[in-house]
Design a protein around this ligand. Structure first.
Ligand SMILES: *[C@@H]1O[C@H](CO)[C@@H](O)[C@H](O)[C@H]1NC(C)=O
Ligand SMILES: *[C@@H]1O[C@H](CO)[C@@H](O)[C@H](O)[C@H]1NC(C)=O
Ligand SMILES: [Zn+2]
Length: 483
């Protein structure tokens, strides 16, 4: 009985320390001053220290990452994106059938332990990596992910906060408030930006991720942009891809053991700003500047549960994590863009009518991966400087769809004539001479001839492409089109 009471008391105390409403943020509790505060801190540290039993320390984590890399060398490589203030490397595990190579595939990143006192994510991410490695070629989902996605996992963004058992980093800065904000210039000063934040930002400059998720604790909900509002009020603030994000967040919550049964959040998902506005968060920054669709996942009501609960939490979240990553392959539209004259890949821009957001195809392969809510009609537009834009209307079902584009070079009418009518090897001067000195009637005749030929070619090409679409849509394993 006594034990039950003291446990109850302890959990009450913890629910006070770990106020769930400060999961993504909120001010640190600061009405404790002087000696009171000191005792409070010490007490708290001791309790958290007891709780940390069974969790990996920072050096355990590093060992576990290196052990994973040795054990799973065929499907992984590890790299560091920088160091924390106290010099702990920020290790990333890349999992793919061709780790370290560039492929025409979507990339996903998981980031754990953004807040030092939310350590469940870092433990689950190590389990995820090992599970994928163990189940490659055995489990269809593991195989699909490793074969078709480049998955990058950063188990701890804030190792110093973890070892200090607190939310902020070694400077006691909240890393999920340290990114440049779209509405307020609070973090625009590069010199005061934390090394952990800088590491993430330069990582995103080097590498493009289609989507990502950061793992937090203190609530049970999948949170999507926007996180902040312009007027600082708490209400729903939809980003251009609201529908796609709601779909993405629902993939997570509905695959979870009981996230979607939440009483607080309908369907277990929430728009960030309608929960409480956050400024300088990582999520909105990823979407705005990284071209990356990021969710903020609150994966346990208790920020720091005892280690014996980790296996249960892993089971609760396993299918969610796998399905979220797999949704990059199983849903949305995907394709490549080529030029019609020599077939070279074009790193073009892809946009969707009615959605004010543009993604860019990759430089190397010109592949793009556009997340979109299923069951709707979309008009997809490919644009590339120097080429004529193309658009196509598609009906996106539950399955992913391939939509390739072939763009024609933009040619001025004069250039077109010159190019078609005369040998390209002749230099500018002689070409202009020919234009100048051609007798007018003859010149007019060639214009008409060339234009009719071009029109005929255009008609023929349209027919071929139209038949190609019909063919691929009727027989292909996934519905697809080329325009
Ligand atoms: C989910 O299940 C856990 C463990 O049984 C429980 O503690 C939690 O309250 C449940 N949450 C919801 C939203 O049902
Ligand atoms: C589209 O978004 C940009 C910012 O990315 C903004 O400047 C622009 O005003 C938006 N356009 C419309 C039509 O909403
Ligand atoms: Zn958090």
């Amino acid at each position: 009985m006594k034990l039950i009471f003291s446990l109850l008391f302890l959990s009450l105390k913890f629910s006070y320390f770990f106020n769930p409403t400060i999961a993504r943020g909120g001010e640190q509790n600061s009405n404790h001053s002087g000696l009171g505060r000191h005792l409070f801190e010490e007490n708290r540290f001791q309790k958290l220290d007891n709780l940390a039993r069974g969790y990996m320390s920072n050096s355990d984590l590093e060992k576990a990452i290196k052990a994973f890399d040795r054990r799973c060398a065929n499907v992984s490589r590890i790299y560091s994106i920088g160091k924390s203030i106290q010099g702990v490397p920020l290790w990333v595990m890349e999992i793919s059938d061709k780790p370290g190579e560039e492929e025409a595939e979507p990339s996903f990143k998981f980031i754990g332990n953004v807040h030092g006192d939310e350590p469940v994510g870092r433990e689950l991410l190590l389990r995820l990596a090992n599970w994928l490695c163990d189940n490659y070629m055995k489990d269809p989902l593991a195989t699909l992910i490793i074969d078709n996605v480049h998955l990058h996992i950063l188990p701890s963004m804030n190792p110093d906060g973890f070892s200090l058992r607190r939310r902020g980093n070694a400077n006691n800065n909240d890393l999920n408030r340290d990114f440049p904000d779209q509405f307020f210039p609070l973090n625009d000063d590069v010199d005061t930006r934390q090394p952990e934040t800088k590491a993430i930002m330069s990582w995103l400059r080097e590498r493009h991720f289609t989507a990502s998720a950061s793992l937090h604790g203190g609530a049970l909900v999948a949170n999507y942009p926007w996180d902040g509002t312009q007027d600082k009020r708490t209400n729903y603030y939809a980003c251009p891809d609201d529908e796609a994000f709601r779909f993405m967040a629902s993939v997570y919550s509905s695959s979870h053991y009981n996230m979607s049964l939440s009483n607080e959040f309908q369907g277990g998902i929430t728009n960030g700003a309608s929960w409480y506005p956050v400024y300088g968060g990582m999520q909105d920054w990823n979407y705005i500047h990284g071209g990356c669709f990021e969710l903020t996942l609150e994966i346990s009501d208790n920020k720091w549960p005892t280690a014996d609960e980790l296996s249960t939490l892993w089971e609760f979240n396993r299918m969610s994590m796998l399905n979220l990553v797999a949704s990059l392959v199983k849903t949305g539209i995907h394709g490549r863009i080529f030029s019609s004259d020599c077939g070279k890949p074009l790193p073009a821009f892809i946009s969707v009518k009615g959605i004010n957001y543009t993604i860019k195809a990759s430089q190397a392969f010109a592949d793009y991966h556009r997340l979109l809510a299923p069951g709707e009609r979309y008009e997809v537009i490919a644009t590339m400087p120097g080429y004529k834009s193309k658009r196509t209307s598609i009906l996106l079902g539950e399955e992913a769809m391939t939509v390739d584009f072939v763009l024609d070079p933009e040619i001025t009418p004069k250039g077109n004539i010159l190019r078609s009518g005369y040998d390209c090897s002749c230099d500018h001067k002689s070409r202009f001479k020919l234009v100048e000195f051609s007798p007018w009637p003859y010149w007019e005749f060639s214009v008409i001839l060339v234009l009719s030929l071009a029109f005929l070619c255009f008609l023929l090409k349209r027919r071929v492409i139209f038949n190609h679409i019909k063919y691929r849509q009727s027989v292909g394993p996934k519905r697809s089109g080329v325009v």
